[in-house]
Design a protein around this ligand. Structure first.
Ligand code: T3D
Length: 256
């Protein structure tokens, strides 16, 4: 179905794997289009309640393919390629995990930052590679990075472009957890399964309004919370959560 990525569902989780291992999964315009199609597919499939994005081979993603591009207007590359991908990820009201199996460089790091959670293999590393080719961080990197690590650290990473280890990324608050190479996939599967059994609607609402909160004042956020709680309060999962609490049993959420 896809040339540059693979897409499969396992249980309630959709797995999107960047699949150009000989180029360390570098982005091409086809990969942008395929990513958007895969994200939309996961979004519209009501059986999918968590999404994992990872890389084939030893890398997560090395950013823009520097070997084959004939595009000279990078603004258009971003508007047509990267930006729709980031927007599709952020607007998907399901949890998205970046399973960072290896190096995440340039726009590959941006892709990881645009996900809701990052689990890093001990072998993973992160590099704001843009500066080394005279470019600026893109694909939401300037938005997400300072929000995740704070302004000072974001400036340091973006301007100096030094590679950081998974452990450093954990210390800076970039990743949820780091896991040994041997346990990495099992840990990602377990984490995705946990998320996929949670109240998906409520997670989607948290994601929607937490993102909006960055551009809002307190009164707006208070109103967003009221709107979100009205929707969550009318969900089947809320009823199930209440019933399970009263019955002293584990809830069986369906995502509805
Ligand atoms: O349209 C636009 O350009 C604007 C948008 C820009 C967004 C961006 O992402 S700009 C930043 C682009 N990415 C980079 O600058 C990263 C370039 N790659 C590296 O710095 C290093 O490869 C890594 C730090 C990612 C990994 O280093 P290492 O030592 O583990 O591997 P390597 O030996 O450098 O790479 C292995 C192979 O992958 C090698 O090919 P070969 O020699 O075995 O045939 C290398 O050329 C290839 N490769 C790695 N990254 C890319 C790539 N090929 C094409 N594009 C790449 N980005």
């Amino acid at each position: 179905m896809f040339e540059t990525i693979s897409y499969e569902t396992r249980g309630k989780t959709a797995w999107i794997t960047l699949n150009r291992p000989d180029k360390l999964n570098a982005f091409t315009s086809l990969m942008h289009r395929e990513m958007v199609a895969a994200i939309k597919e996961a979004n519209k499939d009501s059986g999918v309640r968590a999404v994992v994005i990872t890389g084939a081979g030893r890398a997560f993603c090395s950013g823009q393919d520097l070997s084959g591009s004939t595009d000279t207007d990078y603004g258009e590359v971003l508007r047509k390629g990267y930006n729709p991908m980031v927007q599709a990820l952020v607007s998907m009201e399901k949890p998205v995990i970046a399973a960072v199996n290896g190096v995440a460089a340039g726009a590959g790091m941006s892709l990881a930052l645009a996900c809701d959670f990052r689990i890093a293999s001990e072998k993973a590393s992160f590099i704001e590679a843009f500066i080394h080719v005279g470019l600026v961080p893109d694909s939401g990197n300037l938005y997400f990075l300072p929000r995740l690590v704070g302004h000072a650290k974001a400036m340091e990473l973006a301007v100096l472009g030094e590679k950081i280890t998974a452990q450093q990324a954990k210390e800076f608050g970039l990743v949820t957890k780091t896991v040994s190479e041997e346990e990495f996939m099992l840990e990602v599967e377990t984490f995705a399964e946990k998320l996929s059994n949670m109240p998906t609607k409520a997670i989607g609402l948290i994601k929607r309004y937490m993102n909006k909160s960055w551009e809002s004042d307190l009164n707006e956020v208070l109103e967003y919370e009221a709107q979100a709680q009205k929707i969550a309060g009318e969900s089947e999962d809320h009823q199930e959560g209440l019933a399970a609490f009263l019955d002293k049993r584990k809830p069986a959420f369906t995502g509805k």
